[in-house]
Design a protein around this ligand. Structure first.
Ligand code: ZN
Length: 206
């Protein structure tokens, strides 16, 4: 879901939270969240365009569609953790946060044989418990985002793209948007190309 996360204070020993990866390369990173829309045309488009991306999946949004994301994974997508039920984590007890984050690690392991190394909290919202719990179940970093893409529109945190920016969009379609997933991907690629960026694989940079 929408909204910009805020970089928290640097917390020693905890997974770092960031919206941009330090790099001089003229690259940005595509991250696609939740998993509600599972149109085969989206995977075809991503495959044909050779666009690397990271999917932050929530069990609730995927709603049993694990084969779809297995296909995404087989064509190169990284599958990462976006909790079980997509709840506002700072409103939950530490135990409930553990269930949301570490439970999703178990779910990813069960379906794909491997837990996530990256975690994105729903709405970009977290507290210290979130980071401690995430670390305890194997999360190394907490990437948020600098820009969000909708069909026909990009919303920037800071008015423009910068090298290393994380860009967010969602597995959504006409049921959630005034446009299709393909429209959102075209908006992303046109914007990135016009501004002279390439799309890199996030896991290669952190
Ligand atoms: Zn989300």
């Amino acid at each position: 879901a929408g909204g910009f996360g805020v970089n928290g204070p640097r917390t020693r020993g905890l997974p770092p939270v960031f919206t941009r990866v330090p790099t001089r390369d003229r690259v940005v990173f595509l991250t696609i969240d939740d998993g509600v829309d599972q149109d085969p045309a989206t995977l075809r488009m991503l495959r044909e365009l050779h666009v690397p991306y990271t999917a932050f999946l929530s069990d609730d949004a995927v709603d049993g569609g694990w084969e779809y994301f297995r296909a995404a994974h087989e064509q190169g997508a990284a599958l990462q953790n976006h909790t079980l039920l997509h709840r506002y984590l700072p409103g939950l007890s530490r135990a409930a946060q553990r269930h949301e984050i570490c439970g999703m690690q178990d779910t990813l392991r069960r379906h794909y044989g491997r837990a996530a190394t990256l975690f994105r909290p729903p709405y970009g919202s977290y507290n210290r418990d979130t980071l401690e719990v995430a670390r305890s179940c194997g999360i190394r970093a907490v990437p948020l985002w600098e820009a969000e893409v909708f069909p026909g529109r990009v919303v920037y945190r800071d008015s423009d793209l910068h090298p290393g920016d994380l860009v967010l969009t969602h597995f959504q379609g006409r049921a959630q948007w005034n446009g299709s997933m393909a429209d959102a991907l075209r908006t992303f690629l046109r914007t990135v190309t016009e501004k002279g960026y390439a799309v890199a694989r996030l896991e290669d940079y952190i």
